[in-house]
Design a protein around this ligand. Structure first.
Ligand SMILES: Cc1cc2nc3c(=O)[nH]c(=O)nc-3n(C[C@H](O)[C@H](O)[C@H](O)COP(=O)(O)OP(=O)(O)OC[C@H]3O[C@@H](n4cnc5c(N)ncnc54)[C@H](O)[C@@H]3O)c2cc1C
Length: 438
């Protein structure tokens, strides 16, 4: 079968970017086909279910002060869009710290740690900032050696399975802004952090969340795309591309070929690299392994949406609790804990779960006698674009080469190799649709 190419835009990737982009282009009169290599659409925003207990892989909550994004979310989700108040922690050396730090958190630090942080603060205010190259340099430069040691050193090595010295400083900046520090709270450096703790203001903050899990957003968007005449093909990879005079003429799939007006790539760039004959793996996409553990009754001793765990002896770098996102996610007699770990092909599943359960007890999340009645594991292949030290140079070279294709565009987290959030993907999809339509 051969489709009519007239104004057909083919989008690779049915994550939030691909779905919003497809929806916008359909509104503007384009024909849209979205190709997704996985069986389940949604990319990084998926909600799975075990016996009526929903859980996101991985945990998501949406923050945006942009009224366009907010209106869009209400339009897509209607009354299923709820607001939740942030509840986040960081765990280090046996202590739970609220994030953002409150004044009372200071008392959890030892006398020695307090003195060292004060020393770092004086040093931080008085010295000229050095050029920062890597992750460790950025944190030490802005927050001091002590904060780096307490909160970041082990966490990063565990999170990315790479030493902090191999990661570009801008990944640290993005990571902190996205994962720990939100835009309302000024925490660019130790001085900001110090004032914030002293003020100890009310840092409560509302996030958006789909009542039945983040996956509801991708499901609703996929319905809208299909209702408007768009096609979504899951379990589909491009076999090859036919090109002529700088134009991608034909996209060859297993069961059909499509003549695109335009191809928009939101997926893994290494896959595209292979299709156009560039041999190299250009970029690092970091995979994670996510374990969902289900417990009878209410055994949880902590209550948070998520908590980061420093410490090389703890097997997970983050835990999350679906019931703190939305009570509609879990059955009344069940508690679910989601543990995110770095991906390791050699991990024996059962041994690793036994270690996670043991660690959950050690960090006082579950009672000593508690055992899950069921557990499962899901892997996320392209969870994080990792900014290696030479990533800017690689990006420049890659996108320079890709300019030889006149009907190829890039968008989203994977397609722009961009450590970003959902709201940024939505804005990027709006802008890409506008660029294509004008
Ligand atoms: C663990 C975790 C927690 C997060 N928490 C938050 C949060 O709380 N708040 C927030 O705002 N953001 C959060 N994010 C970020 C957010 O998930 C992403 O910014 C967003 O989902 C990216 O959407 P995307 O469509 O651009 O990319 P993706 O979701 O990666 O979608 C790309 C799609 O392309 C497909 N694909 C890739 N290559 C190919 C190919 N060759 N052929 C066909 N299909 C292909 C993939 O299977 C995927 O479905 C989190 C991310 C992670 C990993």
């Amino acid at each position: 079968m051969q489709s009519d190419h007239n104004n057909r835009v083919v989008i690779v990737g049915a994550g939030i970017t691909g779905l919003v982009l497809g929806h916008e282009l359909l509104k503007n009169g384009y024909r849209v086909t979205i190709l997704e290599k996985e069986a389940v659409i949604g990319g990084l925003i998926k909600t799975f279910n075990y016996n009526g207990n929903g859980f996101d892989i991985g945990p998501h909550r949406i923050y945006s002060s942009d009224s366009k994004v907010q209106d869009y979310l209400y339009q897509v989700l209607g009354e299923d869009l709820i607001k939740i108040e942030r509840k986040s922690f960081i765990y280090s050396k046996g202590r739970y710290f609220n994030w953002p730090l409150l004044f009372r958190e200071v008392f959890k630090l030892s006398f020695k740690e307090k003195m060292l942080i004060l020393r770092d603060l004086v040093f931080n205010i008085t010295r000229q900032h050095k050029t920062q190259i890597d992750f460790a340099g950025y944190i030490k430069n802005n927050y001091g050696e002590t904060i780096y040691k307490i909160f970041f050193h082990d966490l990063v090595a565990k999170f990315l399975s790479l030493p902090a010295s191999d990661i570009h400083w801008s990944w640290a900046k993005s990571g902190i802004e996205k994962a720990l520090i939100d835009e309302k709270i000024y925490s660019r450096n130790l001085k900001d952090l110090f004032y914030m703790v002293l003020k100890s203001g009310n840092y409560s903050m509302d996030y958006f969340y789909p009542r039945k899990g983040i996956g509801l957003l991708s499901e609703k968007l996929s319905e809208l795309v299909k209702k408007s005449g768009g096609i979504i093909k899951n379990n589909t990879r491009i076999k090859s591309l036919e090109r002529k005079d700088g134009i991608i003429k034909k996209i060859i799939l297993e069961d059909e070929s499509i003549e695109p007006y335009l191809l928009v790539w939101t997926g893994n760039l290494n896959d595209l690299s292979g299709l156009v004959g560039l041999k190299e793996e250009w970029f690092i996409y970091h995979p994670i392994a996510v374990y969902a553990l289900f417990f009878k009754n209410k055994y949880l001793r902590q209550r948070f949406q998520w908590c980061y765990y420093s410490g090389s002896d703890i097997s997970f770098y983050r835990l999350s609790m679906p019931e703190v996102f939305s009570k509609d996610l879990v059955n009344s007699n069940t508690s679910t804990i989601i543990a995110e770990c770095s991906f390791d092909e050699n991990h024996s599943f059962d041994n690793h779960v036994a270690k996670i359960i043991n660690d959950l007890k050690n960090v006082s999340v579950i009672e000593e006698s508690c055992q899950p009645f069921y557990y499962l594991r899901k892997d996320i292949k392209d969870a994080y674009p990792v900014y290696a030290l030479d990533y800017i140079d690689r990006k420049d070279k890659f996108f320079e080469y890709m300019k030889c294709f006149k009907n190829l565009k890039f968008a989203g987290r994977g397609g722009l190799f961009w450590y970003n959030n959902i709201d940024e993907c939505i804005i990027n999809a709006f802008q890409t649709a506008k660029d294509i339509s004008s």
